[in-house]
Design a protein around this ligand. Structure first.
Ligand code: NAD
Ligand code: UDP
Ligand code: UDP
Length: 330
């Protein structure tokens, strides 16, 4: 049977699957589900640059062809329009599973990709989320915290879907011996982020550029920790290549209230941008900040890009997409 280790040239004599340092690795065949999305497309850029063959599986629900168009014509790149809710037969070495409709079908998609990993002996990485911690009673959140999630609330479908996806991933690991990796991703921003999906960073940046007031929900004192996308992609790749299952928190521990975020956006884009308060959504977590000691120790990873450094890097991309002005590169 074809397996990840065999592909790297090791049989069962290398049970950890670890690649010895200094050994030149062959290009691998890697599936990125959701690869036409925000995070996925940046991951694809890195994998292609490294010399791997990449198959993007995406149904363009929130992703865009434009995010990966620059790879068209590259023989190492393939774009497959497919809904992961339907079974998929491929021969691959690694699966980065990012496709995630915010709906119960999330679970079915994860099950199919685990089934695929089991059949071909591929290594499977799940992009879970800090939302598995819910409205956390522990601060900052460690991976050992089980979370405080409302099972029947308005956000539950996403939170519980990802929690179930984690459960399935561990069951396939224990029950079927699939090599798995779990990342719990904290709020991430950067170029190619969806402009209109309502996330706070994309909202504020788009609003400031359009000279609209920044909409702060509630009193704006709730906190989040914002990670720049290149830091996340580095963490995902280290996790996939390393020998630890996780789960690992991948996030930037810098913690900001929404009012502080609004200030950084004002400093970066428009000091005169107004702030407008709006009622907050139900079940909004009051605070969120990753404890990343495990990732530091076991993956040798920590974020490098602060919010003040990272925010300007997405502004030119947003400006171009909103106004179609081609003055700056993306
Ligand atoms: P995104 O919406 O930009 O990317 C998701 C991609 O999956 C899109 O290209 C979409 O078209 C595709 N997709 C959705 N449903 C699909 C289906 N049924 N079949 C095939 N493709 C499908 O989101 P993102 O921010 O890039 O997130 C990527 C992953 O990281 C997701 O799993 C998300 O839950 C996780 N995550 C992201 C953040 C963040 O802050 N960006 C935080 C926590 C977790
Ligand atoms: N699956 C898939 N591609 C594959 C192998 C499996 O999409 O290459 C799907 C399969 O259709 C099923 C799911 O993954 O819905 C789980 O597969 P598994 O073999 O673990 O479960 P079973 O089919 O035995 O219930
Ligand atoms: N938020 C806000 N204004 C907006 C959008 C969001 O103040 O225009 C707040 C929201 O209430 C939440 C925080 O920003 O407290 C982060 O929201 P987002 O949807 O970006 O991420 P998540 O809640 O999933 O962490």
């Amino acid at each position: 049977k074809f397996s990840y280790q065999n592909r790297l040239g090791f049989g069962s004599g290398n049970p950890t699957g670890k690649i010895p340092l200094g050994l030149k690795r062959k290009g691998m065949r890697i599936v990125v589900t959701g690869g036409a999305g925000f995070v996925g497309s940046h991951l694809v850029d890195r994998l292609i640059a490294r010399g791997d063959s990449v198959m993007v599986v995406d149904n363009f629900f929130t992703g865009r062809k434009e995010n990966v168009m620059h790879h068209f014509g590259n023989p190492n790149f393939e774009l497959i329009r497919h809904d992961v809710v339907e079974p998929l037969l491929l021969e691959v070495d690694q699966i980065y599973h990012l496709a995630c409709p915010a709906s119960p079908t999330n679970v079915v998609g994860t099950l199919n990709m685990l089934g695929l990993a089991k059949r071909v002996g591929a290594r499977f990485l799940l992009t879970s989320t800090s939302e598995v911690y819910g409205d956390p009673l522990q601060h900052p959140q460690k991976e050992t915290y089980w979370g405080n999630v409302n099972p029947i609330g308005v956000r539950s479908c996403y939170d519980e879907g990802k929690r179930t996806a984690e459960t399935l991933t561990m069951d396939y690991h224990r029950g079927a011996g699939v090599e798995v990796r779990i990342a719990r991703i904290f709020n991430t921003y950067g170029p190619r982020m969806c402009i209109d999906d309502g996330r706070v960073v994309s909202n504020f940046v788009a609003q400031a550029l359009r000279k609209e007031p920044l909409t702060v929900y509630g009193d704006g004192k709730q906190t989040r920790s914002f990670q720049y996308v290149s830091d996340l992609v580095e963490g995902l790749m280290r996790l996939m290549e390393g020998e630890h299952v996780g789960p690992f928190n991948l996030g930037n521990p810098g913690e900001f209230t929404m009012l502080e975020l609004a200030e950084v956006v004002q400093e970066t884009i428009d000091p005169n941008a107004k702030i407008e308060f709006r009622p907050n959504t139900e079940d909004d977590p009051h605070k969120r900040k990753p404890d990343i000691e495990t990732a530091k120790e076991l993956l040798g990873w920590e974020p490098k890009v602060s919010l003040r450094k990272g925010l300007p890097l997405m502004v030119s991309d947003f400006r171009q997409r909103i106004f179609g002005d081609h003055k700056e590169g993306s």
